[in-house]
Design a protein around this ligand. Structure first.
Ligand SMILES: [Zn+2]
Length: 449
């Protein structure tokens, strides 16, 4: 079958696990804006959520049924930024678009973000039906992450914020649904099963992270949800009929305040809570951070929009979402040669993660990619191996992490179930416990932190 040109697929000779072993394994723009909108974060009888429609809420949960006014603004007291931020070295100088400003990137000229792997699919991760709370309380102390496959997570923050990361709820991660990589695991749920979503955070515009059909469904079910996207992506959202979109450069931040808008809740707003914020309010700080990747949705738009990792802090918990990233470009080495061996110890690593750790670190949880890494000589500039992922985990100063970007679509050549196995080897090599620190979940599984 002739494949869509957007995929410009490069095929490598197919490997089997027997044939190989894994050997190695800007300154902040002075932009200030306030937008107020009404977010129906949880509605009784909400047509897009049959689950929600059938639930009765107790009086203590009454606030959940409120509409929220959303305010998104640049913080008056921003977090620390790198000293050289004004150089904007990641903004391409000779063309429109962006670049990775580090020697740790050696982008293969053929790389277009559309590589199709032929990994072994005989085993795949288990899929369980996610259990979402039927209601939320702004007094909740729960910090819970649910893996919805690939890079998609649903995170419930203490205090009530509900965030969705890189949602793709389509069968194929492709410009079209009749060809392109098809899921090897079932979707754990539909968008309509998720009772509340306040923000959607997108790492970049590749099809396995930003999907038009999914975003249209989100718009239908949660019409006033806010999208946070890296620079250059806002026009895509605007032209898709989505005005609630904050576009950000690396190191920029926004403060989000969700205030109950109905009359009963508004009365409560006159009372100040002990934490200094108004009763019933949900607050969050969202930060756009660097990572090493690229972007494109067609053949002629490579790196024209920015890619990023993200921090989200709300209710006293801080999350790092690494997005899609490489860490260290490695050369082609024969099978059996360790590309983290002595010979390669001086290969440059992406300095962004250390900087994120120093300036913004101390994350309660990191969501870090561990898959789509083989062949290393080709994928390493853009996709971390589990050995790289453990370095990212350490350097960004995450206390715990969950591995993502695996087990959902076959995009590269490693066997589907290999990333978690190699992750354990990498943790052991770094003297980190193999379980309980940087784990993987079943698709649809939740864990509290
Ligand atoms: Zn990507």
């Amino acid at each position: 079958m002739r494949l869509h040109p957007s995929f410009a697929l490069l095929r490598f000779s197919q490997r089997t696990s027997a044939q190989r072993s894994y050997t190695n394994p800007c300154h902040s723009r002075p932009l200030t804006f306030v937008t107020t909108d009404v977010i129906p974060s949880y509605r009784k009888g909400f047509s897009c959520s049959t689950t929600v429609a059938s639930n009765k809420m107790s009086s203590s949960e009454g606030l959940i049924a409120s509409l929220y006014n959303a305010s998104v603004r640049t913080p008056e007291t921003p977090s620390r930024v790198p000293e050289d931020i004004s150089s904007k070295s990641h903004h391409a100088k000779c063309r429109k678009g962006f670049q990775n400003p580090w020697p740790s990137t050696r982008l293969d000229k053929n790389y277009c973000g559309g590589y199709h792997g032929k990994a072994i699919e005989d085993t795949v991760p288990p899929v369980v039906a996610p259990q979402f709370p039927k209601s939320r309380s702004t007094k909740s102390k729960e910090f819970r992450a649910t893996w919805l496959g690939h890079a998609c997570f649903y995170v419930e923050f203490p205090g009530g914020l509900r965030a969705l990361f890189d949602p793709v709820f389509s069968q194929r991660c492709s410009p079209v649904q009749f060809m392109g990589p098809k899921r090897v695991t079932k979707m754990p749920c539909d968008i309509k099963d998720i009772p509340a979503i306040d923000i959607v955070v997108i790492s970049h515009n590749h099809y396995d992270h930003m999907d038009y059909n999914t975003i249209m469904e989100l718009k239908k079910c949660h019409p006033n949800v806010w999208f946070f996207v890296p620079l250059g992506n806002k026009s895509w959202f605007t032209s898709s009929g989505i005005p609630n979109c904050a576009e950000m450069d690396w190191w920029e931040e926004r403060d989000l305040v969700l205030s109950p808008a109905d009359s009963e809740s508004a009365a409560k707003l006159s009372e100040s809570s002990k934490e200094g914020k108004k009763a019933g309010e949900i607050t969050a700080r969202i930060g756009c951070l660097p990572c090493q990747h690229t972007s494109n949705r067609g053949l002629h738009d490579r790196s024209s929009t920015l890619w990023s990792s993200w921090s989200v802090e709300s209710g006293g918990k801080k999350l790092y979402f690494a997005g899609d990233t490489g860490y260290r470009a490695v050369p082609k080495v024969p099978d059996g040669v360790d590309d983290y061996g002595e010979e390669f110890k001086d290969l440059p690593v992406c300095p962004a993660f250390k900087q994120v750790g120093e300036l913004r670190g101390g994350f309660d949880l990191g969501l870090i990619p561990i898959g789509a890494y083989w062949p290393r000589w080709f994928m390493s500039p853009m996709h971390a191996s589990p050995y790289d992922s453990v370095r990212i985990f350490v350097e960004t100063k995450c206390k715990k992490a969950i591995g993502m970007h695996w087990g959902t679509w076959v995009l590269t050549d490693e066997p589907v179930m290999e990333p978690p196995v190699v992750l354990k080897e990498a943790l052991k090599k770094d003297g980190i416990a193999e379980e309980g620190v940087f784990d993987v979940l079943d698709i649809g599984e939740s864990r509290e932190y």
